[in-house]
Design a binder for this molecule. Structure first.
Ligand code: PAF
Length: 279
């Protein structure tokens, strides 16, 4: 497995794979890889002849008050995980390699302005820009994204449709710790006490899911029950709890599939997200 830092070094490799008629899977990540990322890489390895994992903490998706500087990084551990999982290349550019003198950015209306977009107004423009660039550099047949970032997955699917990228977007299920906490690189920010408190996310969503599955049709009754469970946790502060259409991300009054019940909750200073989807 190779670690490549330059676009001009990666392109000839991609071209030679294409000449051989090999299929390419891309797993875009910001590194500090965990079991959730591994599940994406495993699936990409299974479904493609060659796999590129991008490992790039993308500055344009962080606002100045966010955690770009402190976001955890460990390229050696990432390389070991990718090698063991059977990836062929880690693409690990410096910010300057990706953005030197850049004046062009990809933006999207509507579905980037709700849910996480309300508290993170520039986030999805940064995500769409870097993912477009990665798509143009790697030209994959398939690209793999986790359902934990459900809004991101929805935004990427829409971007691929709108900008005519000839790429299949594969959404992969959330991977959880044994006690239910969704795996996230940001879990490393939690103190032991906060780590326990963070279980209110998965616990509250489980209550909501059970209500929806057992026939509750009032969306507000479900989001109220989720809010109520989170509010019992003193270290938790709700950013949002919403039940929306999975494609348009418009709020639902009545439970109707496909739906996304998405939450963002601050545990101390750490903002965590989680969700359940019913298709
Ligand atoms: O989900 C992430 O880790 C990032 O948002 C992504 C898709 C790699 C873009 O930087």
């Amino acid at each position: 497995m190779k670690i490549i830092k330059k676009i001009d070094e990666l392109r000839p490799i991609i071209k030679s794979w294409k000449r051989e008629g090999l299929t390419i899977g891309l797993v875009p990540t910001m590194g500090y890889l965990h079991e959730g990322h591994k599940s994406l890489i495993d699936r990409a390895v299974k479904e493609n002849d060659r796999v590129v994992v991008s490992d790039f903490v993308n500055p344009t998706q962080f606002a100045p008050n966010e955690d770009f500087e402190t976001y955890p990084r460990d390229l050696d551990a990432d390389a070991a995980l990718c090698e063991a999982a059977g990836a062929d290349v880690i693409f690990n550019p410096e910010p300057d390699e990706m953005y030197r003198d850049a004046l062009t950015f990809v933006d999207m209306n509507k579905i980037t302005k709700v849910l996480c977009g309300k508290t993170r107004p520039i986030h999805f423009s940064g995500v769409c820009t870097v993912v477009s660039k990665l798509f143009n550099i790697v030209t994959p047949d398939r690209a793999y994204f986790g359902q934990k970032d459900a809004q991101q997955l929805c935004v990427i699917k829409k971007m691929v449709e709108d900008l005519n990228f000839d790429i299949e977007i594969v959404g992969c299920p959330i991977v959880r710790e044994s006690d239910g906490l969704a795996k996230s690189s940001r879990n490393t920010y939690l103190s032991p006490e906060e780590r326990k408190a963070a279980l209110c996310l998965s616990r509250s969503l489980e209550i909501g899911r059970r209500m929806a599955e057992s026939g509750e049709t009032d969306a507000k009754a479900i989001t109220d029950a989720v809010r109520n469970e989170i509010s019992k946790e003193p270290l938790a502060r709700i950013d949002y709890v919403e039940l929306v259409d999975l494609t348009t991300l418009e709020p639902l009054e009545t439970v109707k599939k496909p739906l996304l019940c998405a939450i963002a909750v601050y545990i101390g200073k750490t903002r965590l997200i989680d969700n359940f989807i019913m298709e």
